[in-house]
Design a protein. Structure first.
Ligand code: NAP
Length: 329
């Protein structure tokens, strides 16, 4: 039997995937709670054939050139922490985990939307602090979700799953994407809108694009000023899609009513950051895919991608399929 390939795994992931990797490879696994420092990654990959990484690891050309990686397998669907162009140029396929975290992330998005609409954190705080004394005819009035207008920016896998939930609440659902999605429009009763129209009409704006150069700060001051004063912004995509400084001002000055964020820029965000302190903003620690089921499936897919790459096979879930033009010449 030949020598097993060497791989570096940048954090302990569910056994459903890690067990498979350990069986087929000589795997070194970073066991700490916080991500490995960059220097550690650079040293670890120097003799590795494969890297299994997380969205908190920056995987750029320097990391790729520190060794002779044959595959990079990301334990996430978003791959904005990986320089895909550099990987493609070097003939390194990059795996990711689309689909299996869609419903979990859509559930979390809707949880955030409803928690912000109905001011749940303020309600909990009121009870826990002993400030709640009686049923209040005017206390903690929020926004009605049922029948309101939802604006989905990025009608991909997660955006569509959120739109379905919105339709379940009899919401009027507008969407904006790079293209019309005629079939989904018809199937779910969705309405295509320009970004400006969507921002101006939606009671809830939910962001679901990947982080790309075109979507970096897509929700900037102009976008926030276009939203209705009673509107709520939900972001469970990537923090950098929203201009943090502009959002703080929007929430402080009442351009919009509230925000609910699973992702922030910076991330992690400090406890004394205005977004964390503001009463009309909910921040949770990037838990979109954090269900037992989704994380197990993600681990299995990440392992499948890693092993396929090590065997020289096409990755079942590849984030840079154009790499095969480079590999196949
Ligand atoms: P997806 O299926 O690729 O959907 C993204 C959609 O956004 C696509 O329809 C895409 O259109 C569209 N889009 C791209 N650029 C746009 C733009 N400038 N304006 C409007 N729409 C645009 O991806 P997904 O699986 O739904 O995931 C979306 C993102 O969610 C991921 O990239 C990741 O960053 C984030 N995410 C977060 C969590 C979490 O834990 N909070 C979990 C999972 C994923 P095209 O196909 O034409 O480009």
């Amino acid at each position: 039997m030949g020598q097993q390939p060497k791989v570096y795994v940048t954090r302990s992931i569910p056994e459903a995937g890690l067990g498979v990797v350990r069986e087929a490879c000589q795997a070194r696994v970073w066991q700490e709670k916080l991500p490995p420092p960059r220097q550690v990654i650079l040293e670890e990959v120097s003799d590795c054939d494969g890297l299994l990484c997380l969205l908190s690891d920056e995987v750029d050309a320097t990391v790729m050139d520190a060794g002779e990686l044959r595959v990079i397998s990301q334990y996430a669907v978003g791959v904005d922490n990986i320089d895909l162009e550099a990987a493609t140029a070097r003939g390194i396929p990059v795996g990711h985990t689309p689909g299996v975290l869609t419903e979990a992330t859509a559930d979390l998005t809707f949880t955030l939307l409803m928690a912000a609409a109905r001011r749940i954190p303020e309600g909990i705080e009121k009870v826990q602090s002993g400030a709640w004394q009686t049923w209040e005819p005017m206390g903690l009035l929020g926004a009605q979700v049922w029948g309101a207008t939802l604006g989905v920016i990025g009608l991909g896998r997660i955006g569509t799953a959120v739109a379905r939930r919105g339709r379940g609440f009899q919401m009027r659902v507008l969407y904006h994407d790079t293209e019309h999605k005629w079939k989904l429009e018809e199937e779910l009763g969705l309405i295509y809108a320009s970004l400006e129209e969507l921002l101006g009409e939606a009671d809830f704006v939910s962001v679901h694009t990947p982080l790309l150069p075109e979507t970096q700060q897509l929700i900037d001051e102009g976008a926030l000023r276009r939203m209705k004063p009673q509107a709520i912004l939900v972001n469970a995509a990537r923090g950098e899609i929203v201009d943090t400084q502009a959002l703080v001002r929007a929430l402080e000055e009442g351009w919009i009513a509230g925000a609910a964020l699973d992702v922030t820029d910076p991330e992690p965000i400090s406890a004394d950051h205005p977004l964390v302190r503001l009463e009309n903003c909910i921040v949770v620690p990037h838990i979109g895919s954090a269900t037992v089921r989704a994380r197990e499936r993600m681990a299995e897919m990440a392992a499948q991608n890693l092993l396929a790459g090590l065997r020289g096979e096409r990755l079942p879930y590849c984030a840079n399929p154009q790499v095969y033009q480079v590999i196949d010449g």
